[in-house]
Design a protein around this ligand. Structure first.
Ligand SMILES: O=C(O)CCC(=O)C(=O)O
Ligand SMILES: [Fe+2]
Length: 473
């Protein structure tokens, strides 16, 4: 569920699963014939018993037969059926989705609801952020969503809503009762009623203890809903221009839109072709795997988290000519050296895939966060697909929303020219509502940029407790 590339495989696999299911049913039918004939001979034998049961059982051979029929013979039937089921299970085990995929997809739907304020009633009717699709949720779907929702933190508000709609449809349509296990249903209702509900649409910041987290979530939602924008006055000095940072780009300058002067955030247009994009996607497809994040404060321990739902792959210049070509281009675009940069990172987002607010640079300088060649001074982010709905990159503290448009690229400095953290560059990849999102990241390090971006004196701070924290949190 975490990448659209992987999701496409599910669709291909569904056809294979269908045909395996057909094979299985055919085998069950054959088995049915065999069992019917076995049943008949058992009945024939039993008709002997019925004539005179006491006389029958007093013969030790008959006694043996009764016992055998009701032990080993039954075991053999069970074994035959179990073997068929096992065969079916193993034939689809590597191509079916997992329970984890199911929970992840439900979590994705609820994430879209939380961030984009999508109403449960609309989702049930197939209305996705105002777009009427023909896909509706059936009562049993509501049951599954509610059950899976209970496994996810802070989603009891939606679980409650799905259950309410399920209850209503059960009342109106008696037939559907069969499809829902009512014992399990009442258990879920009870658990939900006993859990604390957090209203995801509550935008007041004064929340019981969870002040910072809550405020950050509200900012994330407001940013993705494009409610955080520069005023015309703040935007008045931003221009569109051509840049040429190298001999090559003097001949073919790049088109650039200035998005924010503070972090030199700019958006390049038409900097990677469809053909190049296809090549990149081809080399990454087989390498993509779930992207991780640091999971513990002040530790380099990484793991999977619902704050980053995407698949990534890394590519070195020697791997393929296209990687080297893009690496040369990023130097031309930015005027920075790639000598100390990280390999290209391709990232593919899946259902409601996103990357919540974060900084790209390391906010701790000491071991083990020292990258060896300085911190991540700048980021270049290519958009290699146009996302139908959602999926833009937000910089809420710069009041910038960059839409995901195929062929464009965002560039910004994570560090001030003093080398200090620029906390205002905190950014996020908004959840994809409709469509699929692919990006390429290039992270530049500080070393080797000495003459390209000379440093200036500044105050070096170890901790985040600076003016940014005071200003926003
Ligand atoms: O995909 C995006 O829009 C942002 C990705 C990002 O911030 C990252 O990978 O660090
Ligand atoms: Fe980032």
């Amino acid at each position: 569920f975490s990448g659209s590339n992987a999701l496409e495989k599910f669709v291909e696999n569904e056809e294979k699963i269908l045909s395996e299911f057909e094979v299985f049913i055919k085998k069950l039918q054959d088995e049915n014939d065999y069992l019917m004939s076995k049943l008949q001979s058992w009945k024939d034998e039993y008709s002997q018993v019925k004539k005179d049961p006491i006389k029958y059982i007093n013969n030790p051979i008959n006694a043996f037969h009764v016992i055998k029929r009701t032990t080993e013979d039954i075991d053999l039937f069970e074994l035959r059926i179990k073997k068929l089921i096992d065969q079916f299970t193993s034939s689809i085990s590597s191509i079916r989705a997992t329970n984890n995929d199911l929970t992840g997809t439900v979590e994705g739907i609820m994430r879209l609801q939380t961030i984009y304020h999508l109403k449960t009633a609309d989702i049930i009717n197939g209305i996705i952020d105002g777009d009427k699709t023909n896909e509706k949720l059936k009562p049993h779907d509501l049951f599954t969503i509610a059950r899976e929702g209970l496994k996810i933190q802070d989603k009891s508000y939606f679980v409650h809503e799905y259950l309410y709609h399920l209850q209503k449809s059960l009342e109106n349509n008696e037939d559907e009762f069969d499809e829902v296990d009512l014992d399990e249903f009442s258990e879920i209702v009870e658990i939900t009623l006993n859990s604390t509900m957090i209203d995801p649409f509550d935008e007041s910041f004064e929340k019981n203890g969870a002040y910072t987290v809550h405020k950050e979530n509200v900012i994330y939602s407001q940013g993705c809903r494009q409610k955080i924008q520069k005023t015309p006055k703040e935007a008045k000095d931003l221009k569109c221009r051509y840049v040429s940072n190298s001999a090559f780009s003097k001949i073919a300058p790049f088109k650039v839109i200035e998005a924010d002067h503070h972090s030199n955030l700019v958006v390049f247009l038409d900097v990677i072709s469809d053909n190049e994009i296809e090549m990149i996607k081809n080399i990454s497809s087989s390498k993509l795997g779930r992207g991780g994040v640091f999971v513990e404060e002040k530790s380099t321990k990484t793991g999977f988290s619902n704050t980053r739902v995407s698949q990534i792959s890394w590519h070195y210049e020697h791997e393929h000519e296209i990687v080297a070509r893009i690496s040369r281009r990023v130097e031309d675009m930015t005027g920075l050296s790639t000598k100390t940069a990280e390999p290209l990172q391709v990232q593919n987002y899946g259902i409601a895939g996103h990357y919540s607010l974060h900084w790209d640079h390391m906010i701790w300088r000491n071991e083990p966060f020292n990258l060896g060649t300085g911190n991540r001074i700048a980021t270049l982010l290519f958009y290699i697909s146009t996302v139908e709905k959602g999926g833009g990159t937000i910089f809420p503290f710069l009041k910038v929303y960059v839409p995901a448009i195929k062929g464009s690229a965002a560039f910004w400095y994570n560090l001030k020219d003093s080398g200090d953290d620029d906390y205002h560059t905190r950014h996020a990849s908004c959840p994809v509502i409709l469509g699929s999102k692919w990006v390429i990241n290039k992270w530049f390090h500080e070393y080797d940029q000495e003459f390209r971006r000379p440093c200036k004196p500044g105050i070096y701070k170890q901790e985040i407790e600076d003016e940014f924290t005071k200003e926003f949190y």
